[in-house]
Structure formats: structure tokens, C-alpha cells
Ligand binder design. Structure first.
Ligand code: ATP
Length: 214
């Protein structure tokens, strides 16, 4: 469970999150929407313990994500808006993830195949040198292989072609049971079939929070 109580985060004099209180429970699949600068990324980064709040609290299964960073991040899969500049080859990256997060390499390869990313043909290629869409596919494959109870995607389909988007949403649908999934998105039409809650943010506040279909 993710519990956010009266969370305020300022950068200088700018308020990015303004006294936000919200809770996400198992089987909540949420689209977080809102204009550029609304505070969506600041909210998900706060969930992952990146920021010290100015006031308020975040608890992930009862744990403070700043004080218990490793334990909390173990329960979260995150795919960022922009892939990080990882220099490791795909082979090295998978070995690193297996060692650090106990993720089965065979599972990563399975989900990469499902996303039509041929890992074997690119094993010795640096992640950094993959195309934007291939990077995104690799990160998605890792996020699904990790089998975390919380999955967070910040605009993950921006670099994906339409077929890859369909593959991604099909895989998510198959994998989101008993989990919390959070999608930061500007394209509700894409996620509307896999979410059951739609949140709209603006100026650091949650403006609306609606349960929908599914
Ligand atoms: N590290 C930071 N330092 C200073 N200001 C920041 C920082 N991170 C975010 N902000 C500011 O906080 C506000 C909210 O940013 P945030 O990235 O959370 O918005 P967003 O809703 O994710 O926007 P977008 O749709 O453009 O990704 C913006 O005004 C941004 O400039």
C-alpha cells in the first residue's frame, strides 16, 4: 500500500507538491495525468524516496522510502520517461540486475522476446547504443521480470511504435493482478483499458480522483 499524507515538496520558492494526501491499494491501476509541470514526476519520485519532503509523509507498506530505500525499491519496478545512460552491454546489465535485484535473466529474455526485442542479437551491445525504442523495450522487460508489487511507468511508450505499444499493454494486463500500477501519461486513450482509477493533477495538487470501469 502507498500512503501519502499532507505531502508538500518545494524547490526553492516553487511548490511542486502542495499538501497532497492520497492512497493507492493493491489492484489500483492508476493513470496520473495533468499538464507539464503539474507535479506528477515529483509525486512518483517522492514515492521512491528521491526527495526529502518539506512536510508530510510517504509510507510504502508502512515503510518510509527515504529511511528504507533499499527495501522499498525492492518492491518497485520503475521505467522512467528518459532511459538512463547505461554503458553496460545488455549481457552485463542483465547479470548486474540478477545479482543486485535477484531478477531471473531467463524472465528478462522472455519479456524482451514478447516485446520483439532480440536480446541475443544485441548481447554485447552497450545499452547506451540501442535505439530509443529498444532501450524502452529492455527497461520494460526488466520491469516485468522483476515481478514487483508496485510498478511505475513515467510515459513509457513515448518511443514505442504502435505494435510495441500493443505488446506492452497486453503484457501489463497479464501482469498487473494483485499489484499497484501507476502510469504517468498524457495519453489517456492508450491506458484507459488497463486503468481503474484516473487522477488529474495541476499546480501540485490532486484536482480529481475517479474510479472508472474495469
Ligand atoms: N529537481 C528539481 N529542481 C527544481 N525544480 C524542480 C525539480 N523537479 C521538478 N521541479 C519543478 O517542479 C514542478 C513540477 O515538475 P514535475 O516534473 O513534477 O512535473 P510533471 O507533472 O511531471 O511535468 P511533465 O508533464 O512536464 O513531465 C515544475 O515546475 C518543475 O520545474
Amino acid at each position: 500500500m502507498i500512503k501519502i499524507d499532507n505531502l508538500t515538496k518545494r524547490f526553492g520558492s516553487h511548490i511542486s507538491l502542495d499538501n497532497v494526501s492520497i492512497q493507492f491499494d493493491k489492484n489500483d491501476h492508476i493513470a496520473i495525468m495533468g499538464p507539464n509541470g503539474a507535479g506528477k514526476t515529483t509525486l512518483i519520485r517522492s514515492i521512491m524516496g528521491y526527495y526529502h519532503p518539506n512536510s508530510g509523509e510517504v509510507l510504502i507498506n508502512g515503510l518510509n522510502p527515504i529511511k528504507n530505500r533499499t527495501k522499498v525499491l525492492d518492491s518497485i519496478s520503475f521505467v522512467p520517461q528518459l532511459p538512463p545512460p547505461i554503458k553496460l552491454s545488455l549481457n552485463e546489465l542483465m547479470k548486474y540486475i540478477q545479482a543486485s535485484s535477484n531478477v531471473d535473466i531467463a524472465e528478462i529474455i522472455h519479456y524482451a522476446n514478447e516485446m520483439k526485442l532480440d536480446i541475443n542479437a544485441n548481447l554485447n551491445k552497450s545499452f547506451f547504443k540501442l535505439s530509443g525504442g529498444m532501450k524502452q523495450k529492455m527497461l520494460i522487460a526488466i520491469s516485468l521480470a522483476k515481478k514487483s508489487e508496485i510498478i511505475i511507468y513515467d510515459e513509457p511508450t513515448a518511443n514505442l511504435d504502435p505494435k510495441a505499444r500493443d505488446d506492452f499493454y497486453r503484457l501489463l494486463e497479464e501482469n498487473e493482478k494483485e499489484k499497484i500500477s501507476l502510469f504517468v501519461t498524457h495519453r489517456l486513450d492508450e491506458v484507459k483499458d488497463i486503468v481503474n482509477r484516473q487522477i488529474y493533477m495541476d499546480l501540485g495538487k490532486v484536482i480529481s480522483d475517479e474510479r472508472v470501469g474495469n
